[in-house]
Ligand binder design. Sequence first.
Ligand code: NAD
Ligand code: UDX
Length: 458
Amino acid sequence: MSKSLSILCIGAGYVGGPTMAMIARHCPEHRVTVVDIDAARIRAWQSDVLPIYEPGLKEVVQASLGRNLFFSTDIAGGIAQADIIFVSVSTPTKLFGEGAGRAADLQYWERTAREILTHATKDVVVVEKSTLPVRTAEAMERILRAGRPGIHFEVVSNPEFLAEGTAVHDLLSPDRVLIGGHDTAAGRQAVAAIADLYAHWVPRDRILTTSLWSSELSKLAANAFLAQRISSINSLSALCERTEADITEVARAIGMDRRIGPRFLNASVGFGGSCFRKDILNLVYLCEHYGLHEVAAYWEQVVRMNDYQEDRFVHRMITAMFNTIAGKRIAVFGFAFKADTGDTRESPAIRVCERLAQERAQLVVTDPQALDNARQELAARQVPAEFEADPCEAARGAHAIAVLTEWAEYEKLDYRRIFADMTKPAFLFDGRNRLNHPELHAIGFNVYPIGKPPLTHL
Ligand code: NAD
Ligand code: UDX
């Protein structure tokens, strides 16, 4: 068994919590502590009700909690003890000053670097877990080397590729673990130390080591490629709606080409989540910074196409419902940015609800896990809405249902009963193409899928 290490993670969010719980579970000889400035979040990690909804996560946390996994607000104390510090704080899009709306806001990141500098008591490996612009490690090293002679700080990059809703599976069986470091003796040693942690459960051939800069860039590149696939299929869904081609058939036909592959080709109301938009805009900003304007414009189009898709969805609702939705009750089925999470950050539901409210529709939002977050998102934008946990109740008296999240339970609802309670003609707009459209049409709904001809009775 290897030497016992003190591992710290700064930032107990969607990444820090699950990642460290997995490390603690598979590395029982190491002590893993996760710290955060948010005391309520830390208390929630220590409780029976975790601060995030993620299938299977509670079991993983509870397997190690209090044994070798600890959550705390003592950031200074944690740093003083640590041999390895993962930094997993938020890196949102900057909303002010230079680069506003595009660049990454690195204020939380830099604050963390200064805290490490102040409180470290021994040599430490600092691991970039947050998604960062390329060459951020250089800035971190400059800060860390500024004031503590005698202590060596080695910075490595270890970006996280988990997706929400499948985080436990993704951490347990990752396609790859990426670790980037400097090609120096200390750099190689630090990379090896991080690789050894993951090797407790990840096969060595899936642990990839690269230069620091390649590692930082690969994270942005992976998200840009994934989002680009969605924008590509969504762009074609618009053409399908004009030509009576069917986007599901097109996706299947192209996805069977092994060079393209079948995954991540589901046309939708648009991609959401805290990562895609912010990371692409960050990439765009970086390209602009380096004078690569054509490259920047290329990637920016992925985000524009997503905005277009969300707006197109609302436009289709309005035109289908006789060009006015003022005063009409619309049941929004799903507010989370995808199924199996309560996360609503950058959810397409936000923009769709905003637009529907501008048209003076009466919104009733339902979601099995995201109602609290939905309430906050809409209140922050002064969008009036009702919130209802039961989808059948939400649809009662409604003129239309808009399915915005692909929750499996929406496939099992009694749509005959729902239809009976709705105002007629009743509309259903499926922003995820998961429901049985011919069946809904047979019940009496006017069904508008994404990228397929509508099935109407009008
Ligand atoms: P999050 O907002 O859920 O968590 C970040 C946490 O950091 C918050 O709890 C916040 O209170 C804490 N924090 C901020 N400043 C701090 C400080 N100075 N000291 C201590 N704690 C501090 O964010 P997240 O979704 O976990 O994302 C974290 C990073 O991981 C981001 O860079 C993101 O891009 C990246 N990432 C996220 C995902 C994802 O699915 N959410 C996936 C891969 C990578
Ligand atoms: C993404 C990346 O997948 C993950 O590797 C990275 O670490 C963080 O960002 P996440 O945002 O959690 O993960 O979920 P993801 O499954 O990628 O879905 C993102 C959005 O795209 C969701 O709104 C989802 O509904 C949408 N999507 C996904 C589609 O519209 N169509 C698809 O085919 C796939």
